[in-house]
Design a protein around this ligand. Structure first.
Ligand code: SAH
Length: 226
């Protein structure tokens, strides 16, 4: 956690939200989204990113860029967090699953928008740190578990939405199965260490899955090692 009071970041935080809105407009042709919903803007404005980065990263906490969080992992670029959140179309009653807790920032943004967030992180040290941060911020509707997310979270399924914040070489079938009819899965898919394709999969009420590509993105790999 930062030892600086949050007020020091207020202006930078406001700038960041504006920057995210500008980028949303600039990428509209590719994403099909001209603007973010008010709910997502509010969630971005309400989530203190400086609380999710190390003390030495504080000055960059409200820059629109990914930052290192240790163990070779990164906290995502805020614009991408906002975009993926919007694409998930989260509703207030929703139960969502995130794969790749990392710092806990994306989970905290989602926590403002849905009823319950479940999030899986394969590196226990990061899962513990994220749990601690979320607790310190009083965010009570996120459950973090340290495990491989490729199999999803069977006990809590099905989900209204699933968001994968690490790059998969293909969409894990378990995640598609754990999606409710009418639900959405937002996932970067592509070869490792290359640009990936951010995709939105929608399962219709008949269980048919349609997929569309939204934007080229770069994520750390989704590792399936157990
Ligand atoms: N959403 C995060 C950023 C994610 S970085 C945030 O807001 O900060 C991607 C994370 O996915 C890393 O922490 C990495 O350890 C984790 N990860 C990679 N493969 C995974 C897997 N199979 N299951 C769960 N987590 C995984």
């Amino acid at each position: 956690m930062s030892d600086k009071p949050a007020e020091n970041h207020t202006e930078a935080h406001r700038w960041l939200v504006e920057r995210v809105l500008v980028e949303t407009r600039e990428t509209a042709r590719s994403t099909g989204l001209n603007k973010l919903s008010d709910r997502v803007i509010e969630a971005m404005a309400a989530t203190p990113r400086h609380c999710f980065v190390a003390p030495e990263q504080q000055d960059l906490a409200y820059a629109d860029m990914p930052l290192p969080i240790g163990r070779g992992q990164t906290i995502s670029q805020p614009f991408i967090v906002a975009l993926m959140t919007e694409l998930l179309a989260p509703g207030p009653e929703d139960v969502v699953l995130e794969i790749g807790t990392g710092s806990g920032y994306q989970a905290a943004v989602l926590a403002h928008l849905v009823q319950q967030v479940y999030t899986l992180e394969r590196i226990p040290e990061l899962a513990n740190l994220a749990t601690q941060r979320l607790r310190e911020l009083g965010i009570a509707n996120v459950v973090v578990r340290a495990s491989n997310g490729v199999q999803g979270w069977e006990e809590q399924a099905p989900f209204d939405g699933i968001i994968v914040t690490a790059a998969a070489t293909e969409t894990p079938p378990a995640l598609v199965r754990q999606l409710k009819p009418g639900g959405r899965l937002v996932i970067p898919v592509g070869a490792r260490h290359r640009t990936q394709d951010l995709r939105v999969l929608e399962k219709d009420t008949q269980g048919v899955v349609l997929s569309r590509s939204v934007l080229p993105v770069v994520f750390v790999p989704l590792i399936d090692d157990d």
